[in-house]
Design a protein around this ligand. Sequence first.
Ligand code: BGC
Length: 378
Amino acid sequence: MKKLSAALVILFAAGSAVFGGGSGQQGKGQVPLVGIAMPETHVQRWQKDGANLKAAVEKRGYRADVAYGDADQNQQNRQIQTFLTNGAKLLIVANVNDGVGAAIADAARDKVPVIAYDRLIMNSGDYDYYITFNNFKVGQFQGQGIEEGLNLRSATPDSPKYITLFAGSPTDNNAKFFFDGAMSVLKPYVDKGVLKVVGPYPPDSSDNANFQRIATENWQAPVAKTRMENLLNGDAAGVTLDAILAPNDTLARAIIEACLADAKYNKDAGGKLPVITGQDAEFASALSIKNGQQYMTVFKDTNKLAEAAVILADQVIKGETPNIPGATLASGNLASIGNTGKKTVKAYLLEPVIIKQGNVNVPVDAGFYSASEAEQLK
Ligand code: BGC
């Protein structure tokens, strides 16, 4: 008996050497914990991301804790502290804003590696990995959707098209990538005078004053809806908008709602919706595209992103050199995607897909929706 317990002590000690690290209270020999911090639930994808990540972590034999920050960085920081106190071995974090830096510094102090998930954690030098989609390309797809929907290649200055611009949260680094990608396609048409911007016009996100004017704090749909209503009664009152650059599906649908209240844009009153972009391939937007309201979206297969992030997590925990099927390490001029302002972290990129009425089947076939949702998209 004595021998057996001595053997067990050695076993547990070995276990904690493999799975040790972190100054928290993780019991010796316990299954290592991965902490998953998601930013919000009001944009549907994050609920799925949280659930997908948890399942993928558990599939690899770890324990997983998921917390949602309700778009409140202080709340998310407290959640991260709890992960650390509980002895988390690694953190996967999609942050709310730069205020996460203090919590990431605590993780570094505890030697707990952090993977920035989908959103780059800016102004921090305390972590090494980032996994996301090519977000500049997401924006390019939005720009191309408008280019095609308005047939801008054939447009002439004597009959210009009118557009109004929206961007995502000014505190989310992705919002800048999306906008800059879109403007890389649209700005040449503005310069030629064939596309006229109604309302504030930042040529790119570095025009901070105007970018703030078109940005949507915390990606909140009611904020975008109110701004659209104000535009319709203000800057856009005297024109008919041909397009609206909307940065994601949640905001696109809020903008559509505001437009439909205006006869000019309501089919039932003889009007026509502008070409409206989106992102995330949320079911409601896929249906809206199928029904001819929203013009396009961008499918980012977040099931694959979660799986890739957890492969990365597993390799980091095991001290292996990351090698992730389906994700490319950003290099060359893309390497700056991982530039936090304090250091350049390794950025792994997955590819987005543009979705229009003709290929709504792509996310359906990828198993992105529930069976009943898929049925409605047929
Ligand atoms: C994500 C988008 C999402 C947005 C709002 C961005 O960081 O990349 O997929 O729509 O946040 O939650």
